[in-house]
Design a binder for this molecule. Structure first.
Ligand code: SAM
Length: 267
């Protein structure tokens, strides 16, 4: 790294570390309440999502911009469902436990609940959102957590934790992970300290939470990040289906043996 860039990163890291400490010291927030917004007539794409994933009332109670973010998530999930591994999982009717990593304010929880409970067959789901930086405050003085708790209150199958993925130990049938940090720059821009930059460790932990037959749905920001993501998956020995754009579906077969286990068994 050039000295100027290194100096700049060190400065941003210092500032982010201080902000991080401050916001985790002052976590109280007023409660949040979303104002429903009038929407025009649903177009063909919206009608498809509303009917398939039972989102009529969700659309009515949301702001326009939150509705659009839910549609974007549904598009990603439908791309992912072209993966044979996810298709197989979704053809089962048993209950599914789903984890979303780095959920921010979880404003897309309706899309996750709608998709996983209705795609290909109908089933019960439990949706869990995890966010390490949940006490980040918006200009309305409410925190991400306050907004997430409000959004989750409309989705009985969902819950949200202000928590670090590395401290989470429950296991899941499917894990969604939208835009993980794979280089330092986006993490610094997002306002986090560099101590939280540990892509390989986080991926290995996420993988350890996946049940046999489960899938990890990853979405990356850029082609360069997608390349890095695939390298990390390969290092972990995690198989993945052909990518759909920047959506990758890694899967754990029942007979899956992680590379570490294989090393141990072979001596
Ligand atoms: C680029 S943002 C993506 C936000 C959201 N998933 C979306 O699609 O808009 C990545 C998120 O991961 C969170 N994150 C980073 N490390 C984490 C960890 N160890 N545990 C839980 N969340 C983490 C960050 O705080 C950030 O909110």
């Amino acid at each position: 790294m050039a000295p100027m860039n290194a100096l700049f990163s060190a400065w941003v890291n210092l500032r982010n570390s201080l902000d991080w400490w401050l916001r985790n010291s002052l976590t109280w927030s007023p409660s949040a309440r979303e104002q429903a917004e009038e929407k025009g007539e649903a177009d063909a794409r919206e009608t498809h999502f509303i009917a398939n994933y039972f989102l009529f009332s969700a659309r009515q109670r949301m702001t326009n911009s939150r509705w659009q973010r839910n549609l974007a998530v549904l598009e990603r999930l439908e791309s992912a469902s072209r993966s044979p591994a996810l298709d197989k999982l979704l053809r089962q009717t048993g209950p599914l436990r789903i984890l979303d990593i780095g959920s921010k304010n979880f404003d897309y929880v309706d899309a996750l609940a709608g998709f996983f409970s209705r795609c290909l067959s109908h089933r019960d789901v439990q949706i869990t959102g995890l966010e390490i930086d949940a006490h980040r405050r918006y200009t309305d003085l409410r925190t991400r957590r306050a907004w997430a708790e409000h959004y989750v209150s409309f989705v009985p199958s969902a819950r949200y934790f202000a928590a670090d993925l590395l401290n989470h130990t429950e296991t899941y049938h499917a894990i969604t992970w939208f835009f993980p940090f794979l280089t330092e720059f986006p993490l610094l821009k997002w306002g986090l300290p560099l101590s939280l930059f540990q892509p390989a460790t986080l991926l290995a932990h996420a993988w350890s939470l996946l049940l046999p037959g489960g899938v990890l749905i990853l979405v990356n920001q850029t082609d360069a990040e997608l390349e890095t993501q695939c390298k990390l998956l390969a290092e972990l020995g995690a198989p993945f289906d052909p990518r759909q754009g920047r959506v990758t579906v890694a899967y754990k077969t029942s007979a899956f043996i992680s590379s570490n286990e294989r090393l141990t068994r072979n001596g």
